[in-house]
Design a protein around this ligand. Structure first.
Ligand code: SIN
Ligand code: FE2
Length: 217
C-alpha cells in the first residue's frame, strides 16, 4: 500500500555519529519563535560583532538566556551582561526552551537545559566561516540549532578543519542537533542567496541553543 505519510513533516535524517537533522521540526512553532526573536532584539539589538582578529562578522547577532556569546578584540566569551546595553541578556522565551528541549530529547539527549541562545541573522551574501562551538564548559550537552526563513547551505565536517564537508540545505523549520562524537565538529554557513520568505522577509534567522554550564549558580 502507498504510504501517504512517508513525506509528512517532521522527518529525521541522520547526519553523523551523535548528529541528526529534524526536518521541519520547528515549522509549527515558527511564528511564536519569530515573535520571541522580535521581543529579544527589541531589548538587546542585533549587532555585528568584531572577532579578536579585528574582523567584523557579517552575521548580525544577539542572545537570550542566562548568558550570551560575544566576541570582541579581547576574545570570545559567555557573559550574563550584554556589553552593548550594559544590562542582562533578555530571558529565554518559554517557546524557545520548550522546543529546544523537545528536539534534544528526540535526538537522544535527555535533560538538555540550555542556558544560552545565540540569535544569528543572515542577510544575502552573509556567511559564517567554518568553526567549532567550543567556548562552552558543558561539552556533554548537545547544540540545538533552529533555522527560520530563507534557506542556507550548512557545512558539516569533522574534528579537523580539513575534514571533508557535507553540504546540506537547511530550510525554514529545520532543526539540527549535534552532540556526543560530533559535538566539536567543524561547521559553517555558505553565503546566503537573495530571496523572500513570508515570515522573515529577506533574511534567515538561526537560533543556536547551548548548555554552557557558565551561568552563575
Ligand atoms: C552557528 O554555527 O552558530 C550557526 C549555524 C547556522 O546558522 O545554522
Ligand atoms: Fe556554531
Amino acid at each position: 500500500m502507498l504510504d501517504l505519510f512517508a513525506d509528512t513533516p517532521p522527518w529525521q535524517e541522520p547526519l553523523a555519529p551523535g548528529a541528526i537533522i529534524l526536518r521541519r521540526r520547528a515549522l509549527a512553532d515558527a511564528e511564536s519563535l519569530m515573535a520571541g526573536i522580535e521581543q529579544v532584539i527589541g531589548q538587546s539589538p542585533l549587532r555585528q560583532m568584531v572577532t579578536p582578529g579585528g574582523y567584523t562578522m557579517s552575521v548580525a547577532m544577539s542572545n537570550c538566556g542566562e548568558v550570551g556569546w560575544t566576541t570582541d578584540r579581547r576574545g570570545y566569551l559567555y557573559s550574563p551582561i550584554d556589553p552593548q546595553t550594559g544590562a542582562r541578556w533578555p530571558a529565554m522565551p518559554a517557546a524557545f526552551l520548550i522546543l529546544a528541549q523537545r528536539c534534544a530529547s528526540e535526538a537522544g539527549y535527555d535533560r538538555f537545559c540550555p542556558d544560552a541562545c545565540l540569535i544569528n541573522r543572515y542577510a544575502p551574501g552573509t556567511k559564517l566561516s567554518l568553526h567549532q562551538d567550543k567556548d562552552e564548559q558543558e561539552l556533554a550537552a548537545p547544540i540545538v540549532s533552529v533555522s527560520l526563513g530563507l534557506p542556507a547551505i550548512f557545512q558539516f565536517g569533522g574534528l579537523s578543519r580539513g575534514d571533508p564537508l557535507q553540504r546540506l540545505l537547511l530550510e525554514h523549520g529545520d532543526v539540527v542537533v549535534w552532540g556526543g562524537a560530533s559535538r566539536l565538529f567543524y561547521h559553517g554557513i555558505q553565503p546566503l542567496k537573495e530571496g523572500y520568505h513570508p515570515l522573515t522577509g529577506g533574511f534567515r534567522f538561526n537560533l543556536t541553543f547551548r548548555q554552557t554550564g557558565l551561568a552563575a549558580q
